[in-house]
Design a protein around this ligand. Structure first.
Ligand code: 5AD
Ligand code: SF4
Length: 432
């Protein structure tokens, strides 16, 4: 039996797509092994959102070539989509599979012997369909993710993602419902809806459906205990979505709403189409219908021309919102984007300092948020054991640790929260 090994870089969508690719190979008779084992095919699913993503992708490609010079080295994902010629120049790369051809990867690998062609990548405008990949049969975590949307048309001035993922397209609502039902039959209690620009769901389809419709319909699905939205842009919280959020019986009390920056001057240069006041209004609306909602975000420091004053404005807004978690990014110049041509690029030592300051504040705010739940009860979906602990997440995305109990993975249970612990809290499972 032929063996295949995978290495993934980048975001959750990529991690998930690798699981799906593994499933495709298994369906075609391949045996999946670890990346450090001997395999006849190595697949590197790359990332390019920052320079570090591209660099690590190149490192892993070279590692695969070095460790297994006689094996087939296949590169897919966002870096290979945007820089296929560059990837093709890395000695030992046999095949490059664009983001629109991932679903054909096994055929392309099997046909490779007969074909001289190495680069199987289409230009952005041809990435026009929602290419379905199989739902992986086995998953390590008890939370299932489901990609229902692909691509982005926003072209924020710093971002290479619209080039890598192509225009917006959505999985039809009836297919979303079918997939969710399959996941429930497999025993999943929570489904995380993912997408590249999730809030644009349905817009490619003359707005016949929207994310609000998805939330409404999933609220009616029997056995679906939790629905989580991976990330929704502030500009996508329209009245319909807010109403759906308010009415939903199973939507998690957690909203990841990318802010990117708290300075209006920087937001404008980023091409973000809202200002800090608009963002605050959205947060207030969400909090008025979902009490104690966890609001998490992405913030970028060191965008071209970001001054100390701009950074202070950023910090002030963060303090006003009081996020329960922040993913801090240091701006990374991406060739081909508008921001790459802007003057006043910020030196890397300043980016480091700002990133450290913001991360320290983020940790403080996370503790402050978690602290509020000490002495209260939270429903926790248990995901994993480790070193005498079992842990999972609450609806409002607090990581909850409990003393290890047998056979509890996949259970949704009520936990009394006792204290802060590590990156979350510690609690006792009720009735155990
Ligand atoms: N540099 C740094 N971070 C970036 N992101 C997107 N593009 C860049 C870039 N050029 C971040 C944004 C986005 C997250 C997924 O990646 O914060 O929300
Ligand atoms: Fe990039 Fe902006 Fe699209 Fe997000 S919304 S993928 S940051 S262009």
């Amino acid at each position: 039996m032929s063996k295949v090994a995978f290495y993934t870089l980048g975001c959750k969508v990529n991690q998930d797509e690798t699981d799906s690719l593994a499933q495709l190979f298994k369906q075609h008779g391949y045996f999946v092994v670890d990346f450090t084992d001997k395999a006849s095919v190595y697949v590197i699913n790359t990332c390019t959102v920052t320079q570090a993503g591209s660099r690590k992708s190149r490192q892993m490609i070279r590692r695969a070539v070095r460790n297994a010079p006689d094996s087939l080295v296949v590169v897919t994902g966002c870096y290979s989509q945007t820089a296929s010629e560059e990837v093709a120049k890395i000695p030992g790369v046999d095949l490059i599979v664009g983001n629109d051809k991932k679903h054909l990867i096994v055929d392309l690998v099997n046909q490779k012997e007969k074909s001289e062609d190495k680069i199987m990548v289409s230009p952005r405008q041809n990435l026009s369909e929602f290419y379905n990949l199989p739902i992986p049969a086995e998953r390590k975590r008890k939370r299932a993710t489901l990609k229902i949307q692909e691509g982005c048309d926003n072209f924020c001035t710093y971002c290479i993602v619209p080039f890598a993922r192509g225009p917006i397209r959505s999985k039809p609502l009836d297919e979303v419902l079918d997939d969710v039902k399959k996941l429930i039959d497999e025993g999943f209690k929570e489904v995380v809806l993912t997408g590249i620009h999730l809030g644009s769901y349905g817009r490619d389809n003359d707005n016949a459906t929207s994310l609000a419709d998805v939330v409404n319909r999933l609220g009616e699905v029997e056995g679906l205990k939790r629905v989580r939205l991976s990330s929704v842009e502030p500009t996508d919280f329209d009245e319909d979505l807010l109403k759906a959020i308010e009415a939903s019986p199973n939507l998690c009390n957690h909203f990841h709403i990318p802010l990117q920056n708290g300075s209006d001057a920087i937001l404008e240069k980023m091409g973000r189409k809202y200002d800090s006041q608009f963002y605050l209004n959205i947060i207030n609306k969400v909090r008025s219908i979902k009490k104690d909602a966890a609001i998490t975000t992405d913030i970028m420091v060191g965008f071209p021309s970001e001054s100390e004053d701009n950074f202070d404005e950023n910090i002030e807004l963060v303090k006003k919102v009081r996020f329960s978690d922040i993913h801090v990014f240091k701006y990374s110049l991406r060739e081909g984007t508008k921001a790459s041509k802007m003057s006043n690029q910020v030196p890397s030592d300043i980016k480091d300092i700002r990133s450290k300051k913001l991360t320290a504040l983020a940790n403080e705010l996370k503790e402050e948020y978690n602290q509020k739940f000490i002495g209260k009860e939270l429903d926790v979906l248990f995901e994993q054991h480790s070193n005498g602990w079992v842990f999972g997440h609450s609806s409002n995305y607090i990581k909850v640790y409990c003393a290890k109990k047998k056979d509890i993975i996949g259970d949704l249970r009520s936990v009394s929260i006792k204290d802060l612990q590590d990156d979350g809290v510690f609690g006792e499972i009720k009735g155990m």
